[in-house]
Design a protein around this ligand. Structure first.
Ligand SMILES: [Zn+2]
Ligand SMILES: [Zn+2]
Length: 257
């Protein structure tokens, strides 16, 4: 099959600005870096917290939901895709009508926001089921699994974990949800993350899933650098036509309501 090269990748679909609070770059710095790395599209996917006073919560929603309007057009000629990265146990995001303005919604595995000891892999799966109809992609599903459900599994790539990842691959396919290959997992991995990532990515290849790529940059200089993702994709011979970042038609389709 066709080798994937850096110039095939037109978009970074997972990027954080200072609006995420624990990230370090402004929107303008992100645009400049995206341009330098020849990105045509940039999805801004700040974390969504829904915390604080009513005003703070309203401001957070407004900050995310009007981003496309404020930065389009911009002098860098980047097509900015308004997005967000949502956590598993926040019901409220699905209800706010402004959220419909977001064109790229990630649902990410963050054990931070759940009770680690008490959350089982079955519950984790159920959180993703609950996100169907709201989100475009399931993000970094390989991460933080070892920290959950200690009664059922010991981490790594044991049988319960394999079952969870297999179920996730099928859930995504049946509901036309992208699975995210996260450059950050490859760059700053913890124990066993890469083993799990390779496991689901091979399954996704065989199962006909579509995937998305994101750097998960919390600092602007990391934007658009998919070096490790490209190596892995070529190693397992993943088809380019099933990567949204390589498909102008699918990327432009995100803007169509
Ligand atoms: Zn973050
Ligand atoms: Zn992220």
């Amino acid at each position: 099959m066709d080798m994937i090269v850096a110039s095939d990748i037109l978009a970074d679909l997972h990027v954080h600005t200072i609006a995420s609070i624990h990230a370090y770059s402004t929107l303008r710095e992100c645009l400049i870096e995206a341009k330098e790395h020849n990105m045509e599209y940039l999805a801004i996917t700040d974390h969504y917290y829904n915390e604080g006073s009513l005003v703070q919560r309203k401001n957070e929603i407004n900050c995310m939901c009007y981003i496309e309007e404020w930065v389009t057009p911009n002098r860098y000629g980047i097509k900015v895709i308004g997005g967000g990265e949502f956590n598993l146990n926040h019901e409220v995001f699905k209800k706010d009508r402004l959220m419909k303005r977001l064109h790229w919604r990630l649902l990410g595995t963050h054990s931070w926001f759940v009770d680690r000891k008490e959350t089982t892999l079955d519950q984790l799966y159920q959180y993703f089921v609950d996100g169907i109809g709201f989100c475009n992609a399931f993000a970094h599903i390989e991460r933080e699994i070892s920290e959950l459900d200690h009664k059922a599994h010991a981490g790594g790539l044991d049988e319960p974990t394999k079952k969870f990842l297999t179920d996730m691959v099928h859930l995504a396919k049946e509901n036309n949800i992208y699975l995210e290959l996260n450059e950050g997992t490859l760059a700053r991995h913890k124990v066993d993350d890469i083993e799990r990532l390779e496991f689901w990515l091979r399954l996704a290849k065989e199962n006909g899933n579509f995937i998305s790529l994101g750097t998960d940059a919390h600092y602007c200089e990391l934007i658009g650098n998919f070096r490790r993702s490209i190596v892995l994709l070529n190693k397992i011979d993943f088809p380019k036509e099933r990567i949204i970042n390589c498909r102008k038609d699918l990327l432009d389709g995100l803007f169509v309501k």
